[in-house]
Design a protein around this ligand. Sequence first.
Ligand SMILES: Cc1cc2nc3c(=O)[nH]c(=O)nc-3n(C[C@H](O)[C@H](O)[C@H](O)COP(=O)(O)OP(=O)(O)OC[C@H]3O[C@@H](n4cnc5c(N)ncnc54)[C@H](O)[C@@H]3O)c2cc1C
Length: 416
Amino acid sequence: MAVVLPGAAKPKILIVGAGFGGMATAVHLKRDIGAEVTLVSHRNFHLFTPLLYQTATGVIDMDHLAQTVRPQARAHGFRFLEGDVTSVDLDKKTVQTSFGELAYDYLVLAVGSVNNDFGVKGVAENALSLKGINDGKLMHDRIVGAMEMAAVEKDEATRRALLSFVVIGAGPTGVELAGSLRDFVKVMAKDYPEITEKPKVSIVEALPNLLPGLSAYAVRKTTEALKERGIDVRTSSKVVEVSKEGVLLLGGELIPSANVFWTAGVKPAKVVESLNVEKERGRVKVDGFLRVGGHPEAFALGDITYLIDAKSGRRLAETAAVAVQQGKWLADALPDLMASRSVAPFAYRDRGFMLSIGRHSGVADLHWLKTSGFFGWMIWRVVHISLISTSRNRLGVAFDWTLAYFNTRNVAHTEV
Ligand SMILES: Cc1cc2nc3c(=O)[nH]c(=O)nc-3n(C[C@H](O)[C@H](O)[C@H](O)COP(=O)(O)OP(=O)(O)OC[C@H]3O[C@@H](n4cnc5c(N)ncnc54)[C@H](O)[C@@H]3O)c2cc1C
């Protein structure tokens, strides 16, 4: 515990970003550490991204994924300010925000990532990505709008493109989106007697396997499940351009589509560019104590960091699991680091992973348990609902899932 002398100002801890990492730090920091804790973030809610694709596919109301921060601030004794951090000056220990300058004694930077199109031509103009809360709504409108247009389209080739849905990038997000999308268009098609063709869902991956980096069990079971659901799985297929006509692959093949969804990768949020520190592929290099090089009072965590896992020897991936564990570790370690006491470095505990591939279909590889199908799907549901931190959101998602289970999804084309 830091010692604050009577009359002395309390040290200021500034956390930037109310995502998985920033919230875990703010919520787990003990109230009695004798510091003034402030969290600044772009919006006053924490987005539960693992279920975002289900807003695109009409399952979940997007408001149910926005977990408000202020009640947590009140309960855990930190201050919340809504605003954008535009730059960080590590030498002066200040950040510039949309509402003015803030000074800190300790900084925790957890601003997450943004979509990365890797410079592929036409992605920004012709594909939709899934990152912020409105992205799910945009995708939903695109999917439902395409069905409405297909219902009145006379030209066969145009109708086929409208009924073709292509997901680019077969990481966990792409796979889950493709599976849920297939269920969504299948349910919707019943209400479109004008449409006689079957909507087609494709998933395209540049590498030889789906789910790069995940276990062979997960790759095999997921590939089988997607194919069983009639999804066109394209591996070793590098996308060179996305245009209004569809997706052009290396080698010249065009997959005609009016609905292209890009889930192929992320890069650190823009403010990271303002940091004059050592980086690797744009990510901030941190040491085992999550400190930013040369600045023992500045920490970074989550998607923006580059850290090799001591156990596996591999770079820690951009996942909520990593960000949360880092946030909790930092909340525990910070009082000791502030008081120059020794602490054990951060060590990631890999608990495995799980995926939902659509109704009654999931894959879970928890190391001690490997399962798929209905049981995998149930485990995924139980775990995900338990990870939602507020009762309002948890109940909202449970309600949405119940409706969707009985094939009642949001199919309104509310685009204005
Ligand atoms: C669609 C989707 C599905 C995913 N599914 C899973 C999953 O199933 N399991 C899993 O483990 N991971 C999943 N992830 C990855 C996971 O969301 C991220 O790894 C995790 O959110 C990273 O946490 P973070 O704290 O680094 O950043 P984030 O959680 O992204 O939080 C960053 C916060 O910083 C704020 N911010 C950004 N820039 C600024 C700024 N300049 N000023 C102020 N505030 C700012 C943002 O608004 C946000 O609140 C998914 C990601 C996506 C996009």
